[in-house]
Write a protein that binds this ligand. Structure first.
Ligand SMILES: [Zn+2]
Length: 305
């Protein structure tokens, strides 16, 4: 049978210690069974997920979000207290064997964060030196775990700044995935085109959809399969804490649907290679911020118009 040539980039974010410890091995097993590869973005440093609780009063949308995704059940009490009442546990640096399994099994690994929570909540208030330090610490930790520097980075919560994007230019990345959008592109920051291409997440995530646009995970993944079949360069982001936890069976089911539709699920690197193989140059887009349904706060995305 002739291949449809359809491709889906699979991105896996690891935000917490428990996600790294339990979610990643679960995902590796199910991806192996499905015969697909993905790009894992690892939070390297402290798990301060619990600090989100203290944002309840500053961020009105957050509490309803917590209830909607049943955060206590999904994340577990230990994670919710991590970095608050209990000391923060380290994420990938505490579990290097799990991290190395990712690469040993043919997937791609990149950096997601040093301190995910800090970046997500404070990026706009961090000085350029502090942003540089967050990135440098994460990259150093990655080298310690893998013995080689990362070639890709994905900003926590799809939230980048001109300072972070500019600093990343010096880190030897092949590409980054810092934003939401429609297709791979070359970002323009401060009027100048960067050299590091962006591969945006194009599809909604399960936590954005559950209880909002969809009541059950299966309905969400059905809509994602349809959308992925129609889009040219779709990228789906899953979370080790969700699809590597209570929603693992739903992800397996989705991968079966993708296989039946002859959609090749693979790393973001492969998607970019396929895109570049068309011979058409990547479009240039000015980086800005916007919102996506179901997600609180701003995310980075190309500015339209
Ligand atoms: Zn994340």
């Amino acid at each position: 049978m002739k291949s449809t040539g359809k491709i889906l980039g699979l991105r896996i974010d690891v935000d917490t210690h428990d996600g790294m410890k339990a979610g990643v091995p679960t995902l590796l097993d199910l991806l192996e069974k499905a015969g697909v590869k993905g790009t894992f973005y690892l939070s390297m440093g402290p798990d301060n997920a619990g600090k989100a609780i203290f944002n309840v009063f500053q961020r009105p949308g957050f509490f309803s979000k917590m209830r909607r995704t049943k955060a206590a059940r999904v994340y577990g009490l230990r994670t919710l207290l991590s970095g608050t009442l209990l000391p923060a546990r380290m994420i990938a640096t505490a579990l290097p064997e799990v991290a190395r399994r990712i690469v040993a099994e043919g997937h791609e690994a990149g950096v997601h964060a040093w301190d995910h929570r800090r970046w997500q909540d404070q990026l706009e208030n961090l000085s350029e030196a502090q942003v540089a330090r967050e990135l440098a610490r994460a990259f150093e930790a990655f080298v310690e775990v893998f013995g080689a520097p990362p070639k890709t980075f994905a900003a926590p919560a799809w939230f980048a700044s001109d300072a972070s994007l500019s600093f990343q230019e010096n880190l030897g990345l092949d590409y980054a995935s810092d934003c939401r959008g429609e297709e791979p592109f070359i970002p323009i920051v401060g009027g100048a085109a960067l050299v590091t291409p962006q591969i945006p997440t194009t599809l909604p995530t399960l936590d954005e959809a559950l209880g909002d646009t969809h009541s059950v995970a299966r309905a969400f993944f059905t809509s994602v399969a349809v959308a992925a079949g129609k889009a040219r360069w779709p990228v789906l982001t899953v979370h080790a804490e969700l699809e590597g936890g209570p929603f693992a069976d739903d992800l397996t089911w989705f991968l079966e649907q993708a296989a039946e539709a002859d959609i090749r699920v693979t790393t973001l690197r492969e998607l970019l290679t396929a895109r570049c193989g068309t011979g058409k140059p990547l479009p240039r887009r000015t980086m800005g911020h916007g919102t996506v349904p179901g997600r609180h706060g701003k995310v980075s995305m190309p500015v339209v118009g």
